[in-house]
Design a protein around this ligand. Structure first.
Ligand code: FAD
Length: 534
């Protein structure tokens, strides 16, 4: 197999153009090309000329000759094949339990189920389809279900999202690709395997996570919904089971297990309290807070693609960052092209926002979180969960100034520190009711000053980024976990048999990196144990 990099083609090219370019690069005839596989495709807007850039793997007749004829433009393709470990030698007497069916828990469960471990997944929320109705009802009526919402339920926090799958994690053993392949097996479009910045969109994600769950069940696993882990049973420093509460009956019960995966996500605050009370070692971790900011998508397209860009291009994305004079980093996060701001609350009397898009990204606004990193120095207190309390304080304030609705403010008014009285040309695209307010008052003065300075600074990167009628919504508080649940080199907590996993445990940030961490935990369990139960 040969690999050719940096094949550049105009945005309106056809698949035949790509084939033609390959044939010319290798100086071969069409019948000599046996197979062409796109491994990477990215849109390059640098230098004012828009082009797609390809990396392809090809199978050809007379490979050695083609390699020579390419005059260094081709190379032998080297691929990393992901391998799941063979079962270990220690006996596993009882089925492993996974708390949480977000990306970390689902992918961990799927890998263990494929290897014959028949895992039991406990999920406090609802199955994806039912959850989607509960979330739509919340956005329409404001009636929040604290156990099934944008944060909790099948598929986890990422289900109502833009479903961006890119990650900064550089995984040497091919877990990243494996995660994308498992998404495709569950119904995701093939393009995610080679798109530089793949995304799924909420409309695709609901079906995909449902298919994954059904596969786990077909392979002997089990997913229990409306089942909240409310305590851990620990004996002689080792996990022996989980106490669970059934959402419908309110009754508590017990699930015995010697291996328990904690894939609870960054919003499971009651579970963090329980872990602290149980003495599970944790430490405070930096995270970021801020606002969600909306601009017209057309303005972003013009900025990223230039005037007169082809209509065939997707809604443009951006990533901006600025250092303030005081040395604070202000940056964009979880940017949603053609998307919506969502009321992403999970606790009554608290209001948090986030962003989502549908696969088509066809909304009229672009939005992203504009956030600033906070540390214990910002919110005081030495308690390991002080960060959670800080998030709660901000969210209570947001709920108060919005009177239960999403508080919004124009950037110009934010800079003046006055409540907005009317909208400008940018009409908010928000899932959930919203209300004009003074979002600036949510934050300690130092943080709102940093946000203002940072956003103004980003206008040198994207013209009009600081336009006075850009719309800010508050509060973006769930950007990552405020704690890390400690684990050792075998990925186990000091409580033997307990495996902290994913974003909530502080080892991931995003759908794909959480899924990768799920694979790591499944591998750690498989490497050590062999299933000895029917
Ligand atoms: C609105 C929104 C949009 C996002 N957009 C993107 C995006 O486009 N791309 C991206 O990469 N990331 C995105 N993220 C972040 C991404 O969703 C998370 O990083 C990822 O879901 C973390 O996966 P996880 O499995 O570790 O935790 P989660 O997804 O949070 O899943 C944890 C699960 O555990 C369950 N749980 C918690 N406590 C208990 C308990 N005690 N008992 C039983 N079950 C429990 C929860 O109900 C939840 O389903 C977004 C997040 C949100 C909220």
């Amino acid at each position: 197999m040969l690999r050719i990099r940096e094949l550049k083609l105009p945005v309106d090219h056809t698949p035949e153009d790509l084939t033609g370019k390959v044939l010319r690069t290798l100086r071969i005839r069409p019948e000599e090309l046996l197979r062409l596989e796109i491994r990477r495709r990215s849109l390059d807007a640098r230098g004012g000329e828009l082009r797609y850039v390809y990396l392809v793997d090809v199978e050809v007749k007379r490979e050695q000759a083609a390699l020579k004829q390419s005059r260094g433009k081709a190379e032998r393709a080297v691929r990393t094949q992901y391998r799941f470990p063979e079962p270990g030698t220690e006996r596993m007497e009882r089925r492993p339990v996974i708390i949480g069916a977000g990306p970390a828990g689902l992918f961990c469960g799927l890998m263990l189920a494929r290897a014959g471990y028949a895992p039991i997944l406990l999920e406090r929320g609802e199955p994806a389809e039912k959850r989607a109705r509960t979330v739509e009802r919340f956005w329409l009526t404001g009636a929040l279900d604290p156990s099934s919402n944008v944060q909790f339920g099948e598929g986890g926090a990422g289900t109502f999202s833009d479903g961006k799958l890119n990650t900064m994690v550089k995984d040497p053993v091919g877990r990243n690709r494996k995660v994308l392949e498992l998404f495709v097996e569950a119904g995701a479009p093939e393009e995610i395997l080679y798109e530089n910045k793949p995304h799924l969109g909420t409309d695709e994600l609901i079906g995909i996570v449902t298919n994954m769950r059904r596969k786990i069940e077909r392979l002997g696993g089990e997913v229990r919904f409306g089942c909240q882990a409310e305590d851990l049973q620990v004996q002689d420093g080792r996990i022996r089971g989980v106490t669970v509460r059934d959402k419908d009956t309110g009754e508590s019960g017990s699930v015995e297990a010697d291996q328990v995966v904690l894939a609870i996500g960054h919003s499971a605050r009651d579970t963090f309290d329980m872990l602290k009370a149980r003495g599970v070692p944790m430490q405070a971790k930096a995270f970021a807070v801020g606002v969600r900011m909306e601009h017209p998508q057309e303005m972003i397209n013009q900025s990223q693609y230039g005037p007169g860009y082809p209509a065939s291009l997707p809604a443009a994305a951006y990533k901006v960052t600025r250092q303030t004079g005081a040395g604070r980093g202000v940056y964009s996060f979880c940017m949603c092209p053609g998307g919506y701001v969502v009321n992403a609350s999970s606790e009554p009397g608290h209001l948090a926002v986030n962003g989502m898009s549908y696969r088509a990204r066809a909304g009229k606004n672009a939005n992203s979180a504009m956030i600033v990193t906070v540390t214990p120095a910002d919110y005081g207190g030495t308690d390991v969960l002080a960060g959670v309390e800080f998030q709660r304080r901000l969210e209570r304030a947001a709920f108060r100034i919005g009177e239960g609705q999403v508080p919004v403010q124009l950037f110009g008014d934010f800079c003046s520190g006055v409540p907005s009285a009317a909208l400008g040309d940018v009409e908010p695209c928000i899932k959930g009711a919203y209300r004009l307010a003074n979002v600036r008052e949510l934050f300690p003065a130092e943080l709102s000053a940093a946000l203002e300075e940072g956003i103004r600074g980003c206008a040198s990167l994207i013209r009009g980024f600081d336009r006075p009628d850009a719309v800010l919504s508050g509060v973006e508080s769930r950007t990552s976990s405020p704690v890390r649940i400690l684990r050792d080199g075998h990925l186990e907590s000091a409580v033997g048999g307990l495996y902290p996993c994913g974003e909530g445990a502080g080892y991931a940030g995003g759908i794909t990196s959480a899924a990768i961490d799920g694979l790591k935990i499944a591998e750690a369990i498989a490497k050590k144990y062999m299933p000895c139960y029917d």
